[in-house]
Every structure is written in C-alpha cells, then in structure tokens.
Design a protein around this ligand. Structure first.
Ligand code: ZN
Length: 416
C-alpha cells in the first residue's frame, strides 16, 4: 500500500485569482476539483516573501525557528547585506525528516544549492548555476536534453515585447511540465513536490493585464493559467486511488498603486540619519534609532548589535512604541498605509528569534513597501513592476477536511 503525497506549488497565485479563473471556465479542471474537495484561502508567511514562505512550507516551522526572514539580511556587527540561501535554513525540510521515503523535489524556490536526499532535487530560484541546483548530478544530462531552465529571463519583459514575454512564460512552463512528467514516471517516489514560478513572474510584470479585460493581451494572461490548469488535470488523471493531491501558493499578488520608501520616512521623522559617504546601510550613523529592510522589516539600531548602534536595552520598548505610532500615522492621500504592525514576539518563536526584525509592517492594498536608502521622496511611482505580493495565498487538498485557518506552517502536517 502506497501513501503518496503530491504537492503542486503555484508561486504567487492569490486565492481570488484561481477562484475567479476557475469560476469563469478558464481553469475547468481546477473548478471540478474545488467543487468536490477542500479549497480555502491561506495566510502567507510574515513577511509574505517567497523565501520565507517556502521555507515555512517545507519545514513546517515559523521564521523564528528556520531563520529565514527575507531574501536579504544584515551581517552581524556590520551594516553589510548578505543574501542567505538553502544552507542558511536552520530547520530540516520534510525530505530530510523521513529519509527512508523517496522524493521528487522540483523547482522549489530558495532550495539552492541542492543537497543529498533520497530521490532527486532540482532547486528553484535564486539558483545561479544549474550544476549546483541539482542532486544527483547524473540527472544533469537529462535536464540538458529538456533544455531545462530555472527561471524566465525577466529582462525580456522590459527590453523586448510583451508577446515575447508571454511566449517565454509558456515555453518555460512546458519545460517544467515535461520535467514533472519525466520524473513522475522515472522514479518510484512517495512524495512529489513540483513548483511553477512563472505564475509569480507573470504577476509581477503583467498584473495590470489580468485586471483589465479590455487589454489586448488579456487572453494571453488567461492562456497561461489555462496551461497551468492542463497540468493540474494531467496530474489529477495520473493519481492512484489513495494519493493525496495538494495544490497551494506561497503568497498572493495585487496591483501596485504606490511605492513607499520607508527609510526615507524614518529619515523625515528623525529616526534614521545618514552620512554622505559610503553606500547603502553603511551610511547609517550613530544618531539613528531604526532602519528598514524590504519589505517592511524594521530593525532597531541596537547598541552592541550594529557598529553605530545607539539604542540601549533600557530604551528599546520606548523606541518600539514610538515607531508603532509613526508607522500607524503614515498616510498617502488620507489613506492609511500600514494595516498591521507586529512585534517579533507576537509572531515568531524559536532559536533564531535574535535575527528577527523588531517590527514587521504589513501594508494595506496596493502599497508597495520599499527600503532603499537615501531616496529623496517617500512616495514614488512604480515604473518596472505591475504586481506585488500580498498575504492571501490559497490551499487545495483532494480530501474533505476541516482546515480552520490554514497557514504555510501547517502544510507538512497534511503529509503522511
Ligand atoms: Zn513566491
């Protein structure tokens, strides 16, 4: 008797989008499934970033345990940034918890470089070198024959045409589909996890085309999701009787209305002071009390923790209370920008809590929280991206079960 689990990840797909497109007949396979089984919106990680959310999905832990709070972090006792990868993950992914089972793991973001496991692993973005993205190495020639690519080259979206961008999205989706099929058949696995990341890219660059059904490319946006629905249908047709089939996203997506430079706001309010020389966070001088890392991770400039730290232990609570007030006050055209302000103790627990941001800001709809250092204006128009992440992910399970408030941390509890 096999107890197989299949997880199909659709990076960056909000509940509303897959609900809407399945209702409208663009995703008929998913529509049938959602009628019969469990389909709910799911809260993304805090913050709603792919690296954080996927780390929680595969480990079942919150960032306070697995230690991943974003794509970047400040190196201890400096103001220099580093970009952690899979090696920085402090909790085991599920494929290392039960090594007697066999796994196919394809294109999960933030699992680079690939490590040994019982099965095969092809890492997803950010993965610079395909050789290091793959375990075991002997599958490399197979991937090369498929013209395997980890990610779409998003420069095409700006430099060439929208037509070519859609062509590329479909081309890479087809490679992913073939790769799923190949390893589905080739190995005798217990757990299969495949992720599609084009759904995040299409959202970031072309979300306005989804929102506007008069746009000349609207049908091509729908075509991409029709292709995803074909993959869902193919997988569903291949299931054995007891197979558990989970489809989920790591976070949602929505239209960017306004960029908000939070460090510029901190400067304006007197909490951040910058020198004229040096670059980025190295410009922070002693008079600074706080700074922000993308998207809304607020760090106190603590004495003993940062080179020019100025906030001592006794005044931490006071500064946090002040910061809560100023971020709560932040408005654009009378609209409040920040929806929730979390203190780290409210949302994280675990051995990596000391790395956590002191406050995490979650934005109201349409506001894109940015953390560039030294920008003149707090509010800026966006000219590169169309969509941004939000916290509204989704989950589907081909069982009739009561998922009360599903979160990314309780996915692996569904595996058996
Ligand atoms: Zn993502």
């Amino acid at each position: 008797m096999t107890n197989r689990n299949i997880i199909l990840g659709l990076d960056g797909v909000p509940f509303e989008l897959i609900d809407n497109l399945s209702n409208k007949g663009i995703m008929p396979n998913f529509n049938e499934l959602k009628k019969d089984y469990t389909f709910k919106s799911m809260r993304s990680s805090i913050p709603h970033i792919s690296s954080v959310s996927w780390s929680s999905i595969i480990t079942g832990k919150n960032p306070g345990e697995h230690g991943i709070y974003g794509f970047s972090e400040i190196i201890e006792n400096t103001y220099s940034l580093r970009f952690p990868n899979f090696n920085a993950l402090k909790s085991k992914p599920f494929w290392h918890k039960e090594p007697e089972k066999r796994y196919v793991i394809i294109n999960v973001p933030f699992t680079y470089p690939a490590r040994e496991l019982n099965g095969i692993h092809i890492a997803g973005f950010v993965a610079l070198d395909l050789e290091k993205a793959v375990y075991p190495k002997k599958i490399l020639p197979i991937l090369k024959r498929l013209n395997y690519e980890i990610d779409i080259d998003t420069k095409i979206a700006q430099q060439q045409s929208i037509d070519i961008f859609f062509d590329e999205l479909i081309r890479i989706l087809n490679i992913r589909k073939k790769t799923f099929e190949l390893f589905w058949n080739k190995l005798n696995w217990d757990n299969f996890l495949g992720v599609i990341t084009g759904s995040d890219r299409i959202g970031h660059f072309l979300w306005h085309i989804y929102e506007d059904d008069t746009n000349q490319y609207h049908h091509r946006f729908l075509e991409f999701f029709r292709e995803i629905d074909n993959i869902i249908g193919d997988i569903n047709n291949r299931l054995k009787e007891d197979d558990k089939f989970i489809i989920l996203s790591d976070h949602g997506m929505e239209q960017i209305k306004q960029n908000v430079n939070l460090n510029t706001y901190l400067e304006r309010e007197g909490y951040l002071r910058l020198s004229e020389n040096l670059k980025k966070y190295n410009r922070i001088i002693k008079a600074s009390k706080a700074f922000v890392l993308e998207p809304g991770r607020v760090y106190l400039n603590k004495k003993g923790k940062f080179p020019n730290g100025s906030v001592d232990k006794e005044s931490e609570i006071e500064v946090i209370d002040e910061l809560k007030i100023i971020f709560d006050d932040l408005k654009f055209n009378k609209q409040k920008i920040i929806k929730y302000i979390y203190e780290k103790k409210d949302v994280y627990t675990g051995k990596m809590l000391n790395r956590a941001p002191d406050l995490i800001l979650i934005e109201n709809k349409g506001f894109n929280l940015k953390s560039s250092i030294g920008k003149i204006e707090i509010f800026e128009e966006e000219n590169k991206f169309s969509g941004k992440h939000n916290e509204n992910a989704f989950i589907f399970v081909n069982r009739d079960i009561d998922l009360r408030i599903p979160t990314v941390e309780n996915i692996i509890g569904l595996l058996r």
